[in-house]
Design a binder for this molecule. Structure first.
Ligand code: DC
Length: 239
């Protein structure tokens, strides 16, 4: 069904809009690598929290820059979840980085220029051979501006908060709708108004509203776009 050509798929969008679920499903279907770039920002945030590099909610930028060479992030495949877990300096932190305390600090860490430069560099290396689906906020605009397919995914804030709350509850983390919604809205604002690589929908991105789509419907819809790109690539040598 899918030819040998391995494209790059960039998925951007607001927090908890389902982009990681979609990216993971697309990668599985296509036999591509899936990278959750948000996990990397969360990993740096966890390191900063553990090393007192965030004071009263404010990141200590200079100290964080000095610490960057000591932050090693890697993804290792977990057969039970069929997903790559994030390792911070060889420790599996996949669960820890999803906790509300990391969520409430991560947007601030993601505004720091040197943090973004380090992570963008690592992300570009991971995707240099194509065959990758990466989701985040700046994937189509900064990390892979030449990606063959760019998707911009969103859903209403209330629906996103409900989904996030369900995820947390399933993990046994206590949270309430109001707090989750407030965190999402705050993160949306910081992510889309920051100076460094704000979240934007690039002109060449396809817009998908997942509010009323099941994960299966989102996958089917996205596969139609993938097929269009692959079809267009058939007779082009530069594609
Ligand atoms: O996708 P997520 O919610 O796990 O992302 C966590 C935070 O990291 C989010 O507030 C925005 C930031 N982020 C970013 O700035 N750039 C990316 N490519 C991915 C995430």
């Amino acid at each position: 069904m899918y030819p040998d050509k391995k494209i790059t798929i960039a998925i951007d969008g607001y927090s908890s809009c389902g982009k990681s679920t979609l990216a993971k499903a697309l990668a599985k279907k296509l036999g591509y690598i899936f990278i959750d770039s948000g996990a990397m920002y969360r990993g740096v945030t966890l390191y900063c929290m553990r090393h007192q590099l965030i004071l009263d909610g404010k990141p200590l930028n200079e100290k964080i820059e000095q610490a960057l060479p000591f932050i090693k992030l890697s993804f290792i495949y977990n057969a039970s979840t069929e997903k790559h877990d994030l390792y911070l300096n060889d420790e599996n932190v996949e669960e820890l980085i999803r906790m509300p305390d990391v969520a409430s600090n991560v947007s601030h860490i993601a505004t720091i220029k040197c943090v973004r430069e380090k992570l963008v560099d690592e992300q570009q290396k991971m995707g240099q051979y194509g065959g990758i689906v990466m989701d985040g906020r700046d994937i189509g605009s900064v990390v892979f501006p030449n990606a063959e397919l760019k998707l911009f995914v969103t859903a209403s804030p209330e629906i996103r908060a409900e989904r996030r709350l369900k995820e947390l509850t399933q993990k046994g983390v206590s949270a309430n709708f109001k707090t989750v919604l407030a965190n999402l809205v705050e993160r949306d604002l910081i992510d889309s108004t920051r100076t460094e690589s704000p979240l934007i929908q690039t002109k060449d991105a396809v817009f998908i509203d997942t509010s009323n789509l099941t994960p299966t419907e989102q996958l089917q819809l996205s596969l139609t776009f993938v097929n269009q790109v692959l079809e267009n690539c058939k007779d082009k040598t530069n594609c």
